[in-house]
Write a protein that binds this ligand. Sequence first.
Ligand code: ACO
Length: 193
Amino acid sequence: MTEKEKAKAGLLYNNNHDPQLIKERTECKKICRKYNLLEIDDFEGREATIRELFSKIGKDFVIEQPMYCDYGYNIEIGDHFFSNHNLVILDEAKVTIGDYVFIGPDCGIYTAGHPLDVEQRNEGLEYAYPITIGHNVWLGGGVKIMPGVAIGDNTVIASGSIVTKSIPSNVLAGGVPCKVIREITEADKEKYK
Ligand SMILES: CC(=O)SCCNC(=O)CCNC(=O)[C@H](O)C(C)(C)COP(=O)(O)OP(=O)(O)OC[C@H]1O[C@@H](n2cnc3c(N)ncnc32)[C@H](O)[C@@H]1OP(=O)(O)O
């Protein structure tokens, strides 16, 4: 098995020293750099560069610069996506994002992690588990999503949360670690009126 195949199978793999993965990350980071240096009003260039980078991105999206990812080909995003500045996606495993997802500034979507055991970690080993974000999700600023987490449709994650476990649909969740605070109900339609 190659290191890439081990990663895909959810096994520990050597990310730091594998030539194929280093090459792929380098190519990805060149495209991220190109994207981040494009003029803000070069809308065509920005769209084309994101389409070159991600395996799928739907219609009508805005990704504020800068944004960073590791491979790009593991990222699939639906329609009407918005991300504010400083989005970091560590897409060592697949990242799937639905339609109408809003992401605040300084968010992190981290599929990868290292063993707690120091010897394994210093060998360069890591694991990568997929992350799924449903439709109509809003991540407040500074939210970080940990490996293997799924977030259900229509859910809001409050700013500053560290999401270590999956969160169901239709809730407000927040905190470190992130927990369900309450359901989002019809009463929320009236809140800002
Ligand atoms: C796409 C973009 O660019 S977005 C731009 C950036 N903007 C942001 O990041 C703003 C994000 N907003 C938040 O995080 C807000 O706090 C919201 C939306 C979660 C507040 O939602 P509300 O419905 O108003 O919740 P409300 O204020 O009633 O709070 C409900 C509970 O959640 C708690 N709570 C609210 N925010 C947080 C938070 N960030 N972390 C932990 N708990 C929180 C409240 O303290 C309250 O707890 P209590 O019931 O014990 O008092």
